[in-house]
Write a protein that binds this ligand. Structure first.
Ligand code: PLP
Length: 369
């Protein structure tokens, strides 16, 4: 029995496999740390991680220890790196679970010195070369690395930096890169360079082809989306977001529709209601602005999008009735609506559109063609 409303996201794992292979090709087989934070950008971290593991990915990265542990407990075997905050009390659990943690604050060294367990804890050091979010300062790196090297059962396995503008400001990115390289050279001369060195996010993989170090750290392009809301050659979006109409009705000219009466029918109309609202990640800002696909054509969203329901105008569409498939993101017939198209309409990025697809929306996974 189906107790859910008819709204779901289809995730094509075969396309994820292709996108992964495309990254291998672009980076000439560098090690890949696939970023699966925020439930794999809304796609479902476990299925995404499993598929990448099958493809032989080197490692995956999460935002939190909770995300990492959930994956480990669900059977993911490859190394997992946490990119963000970690409670020092959880360091032993991390070590036992082959979860590597990021050190992004030099004060964390105190916590590392208190680590007295027998399991080796692997860490990566995040260097702030210009992102201005997390990370130790470049000039602090040599001393930090030296101190870490003297702590028993802590191993500095990686060093990385994060670009702020690899999709929009190549000169700034190159400055970040040269800061990072000079630190790496310094460490190399002191024979303190950790084995895993990474910097490139998706935008850098696409735009900075000459420099990848030995490892790259893509997120959004795995999911087939562009880091700059553009179209993206060589990659294909893996997610489609769909629903079925649950109600259709003829409405005479001059009737107001939905909360706040922001839309009034300008003609005798046929309207359809779909069981998707802003709580499902359909941005309310698309009210009277967004479109969906039905019968292979674009239909306008009319009136205010509500928490659970949205109304579309299907006047003059053929044979509309409850149960028709509606595409919010994806292809139908010869038409396509992308997450990037939606993002541009409401002045945000495709990342936000897919990560916001709600918990109530069931993810359905398809493998093979
Ligand atoms: C999210 C994130 C990435 C992935 O970025 P994309 O733009 O999705 O490729 C890489 N590194 C860090 C530190 C991140 O936070």
């Amino acid at each position: 029995m189906e107790f859910n409303r008819p709204v779901w996201a289809e995730i094509a794992l075969s396309k994820l496999r292709k996108n992964f292979k495309e990254i291998q090709k672009l980076t000439r087989n560098r090690k890949i740390i696939g970023v699966v934070k925020a439930d794999a950008y809304g796609h479902g971290a476990l299925q995404i991680a499993k598929t990448l593991e099958e493809e032989g990915i080197y490692s995956i990265a999460t935002a939190s220890m909770e995300e990492a542990l959930t994956l480990r407990e669900s059977g993911i075997k490859i190394p997992i790196l946490t990119l963000g905050y970690v409670d020092p009390k959880t360091l032993n659990i991390a070590a036992k679970s082959n979860i590597q943690v990021t050190m992004f604050d030099k004060n964390f060294i105190k916590r590392l010195k208190e680590y007295k367990h027998k399991e080796i804890l692997k860490i990566h050091l995040d260097v702030d070369t210009g992102m201005g979010r997390l990370g130790v300062l470049p000039q602090e790196v040599p001393q930090i690395v030296e101190e870490i090297s003297r702590i028993k059962n802590i191993k500095l396995d990686g060093i990385y930096t994060h670009f702020s503008s690899a999709d929009s400001d190549i000169n700034y990115t190159k400055e970040q890169l040269s800061t990072f390289k000079s630190i790496l050279n310094l460490l190399k001369r002191k024979d303190l360079l950790p084995p895993i060195v990474h910097a490139a996010n998706s935008a850098a993989i696409l735009n900075l082809k000459e420099i990848y170090f030995n490892t790259v750290r893509p997120g959004i392009i795995l999911y087939g989306l562009s880091p700059s809301n553009d179209t993206l050659e060589g990659f294909e979006p893996i997610l489609s977001y769909k629903a079925r109409t649950i109600f259709t009705r003829k409405v005479p000219k001059g009737k107001s529709i939905s909360y706040g009466r922001t839309f009034t029918t300008e003609r005798d109309s046929l309207l359809a209601t779909i069981p998707v609202g802003y709580a499902d990640g359909l941005p309310r800002a698309l009210s009277n602005k967004g479109e969906v696909l039905i019968k292979g054509q674009r239909a306008r969203i009319v009136g205010t999008i509500t928490m659970d329901l949205t109304i579309i105008d299907v006047t003059n569409f053929p044979y509309i009735h409850p149960g028709n498939e509606v595409v919010i993101i994806g292809k139908q017939g010869n038409e396509e609506i992308t997450a990037s198209e939606i993002a541009k309409k409401i002045d945000t990025i495709n990342y936000e559109i897919v990560t916001r697809i709600g918990k109530r929306v069931k993810r359905i996974y398809k493998d093979g063609d």
